[in-house]
Design a protein. Structure first.
Ligand code: HEC
Ligand code: HEC
Length: 153
């Protein structure tokens, strides 16, 4: 019984299909302001806590950009990201520097997409979630809700 219960808890915590990834209700406004100006304010659950810490430790050299924030805000954002991080066993390795778009989980979810789409002029980068997921900003990543006609189901 106990084993079945923990299995159930695990399944509930790890939905196989997660197309709804809204930002948590208690997301600090600074998250959208500081981390949503150059790209999508990514759902924290898509990276593990360790990877978020690595990323937040090096904001001054962030993928060729300076994304540094003042230390007080940095601490708040790190605490928020870590508290809402995904289970690293589920997201899988994210590379260094960590990328959502390099995690095992992301690559698996996107395995059916032909490689040419990642560099298509409408997309340019796998990090550019909104190029394909029209409603990514409201946390909706459904396979039916895709901007690129050839990829829509
Ligand atoms: C000044 C612009 C800028 C700001 C501000 C910024 N980023 Fe980024 N971020 C980038 C660029 C550029 C990339 C690389 C995009 C690409 O490869 O297409 C990136 C990539 C990322 C990635 C990896 C995306 C992937 O491929 O999965 C994560 C995660 C990320 N940023 C988180 C954050 C967080 C958290 C903050 C706020 C503390 C933040 N970013 C603020 C410019 C910025
Ligand atoms: C080139 C277009 C494209 C880009 C860019 C892209 N995706 Fe996707 N994504 C898709 C497609 C198409 C699917 C559906 C794949 C399938 O069903 O085989 C999908 C599926 C997903 C799913 C699973 C949805 C479900 O129904 O379970 C998630 C979550 C997701 N993407 C998140 C992201 C995030 C986060 C980013 C940015 C870091 C991103 N995607 C970038 C095209 C894209």
């Amino acid at each position: 019984m106990k084993a079945i219960f923990s299995l159930l808890t695990m399944l509930l915590a790890l939905p196989a299909h997660a197309d709804r990834l809204p930002l948590p209700a208690d997301t600090p406004p600074a998250y959208r302001a500081e981390c949503g100006s150059c790209h999508l304010a990514y759902p924290p659950v898509l990276l593990g806590a360790y990877d978020w810490r690595q990323l937040m430790d090096k904001l001054d050299s962030h993928f060729g950009s300076d994304a540094a924030v003042n230390p007080e805000i940095g601490e708040k954002l790190t605490a928020f990201l870590v508290a809402n991080a995904g289970n690293a066993n589920r997201t899988g390795a994210a590379g260094n520097p960590p990328r959502i778009s390099q995690t095992t989980h992301f690559l698996k979810e996107h395995r059916k997409i032909p490689a040419r789409f990642w560099t298509d002029t409408r997309v340019r980068s796998a990090a550019n979630c909104e190029a394909c997921h029209t409603n990514a900003a409201s946390g909706r990543f459904s396979e039916h809700d895709i901007a690129i006609a050839e990829l829509r189901r």
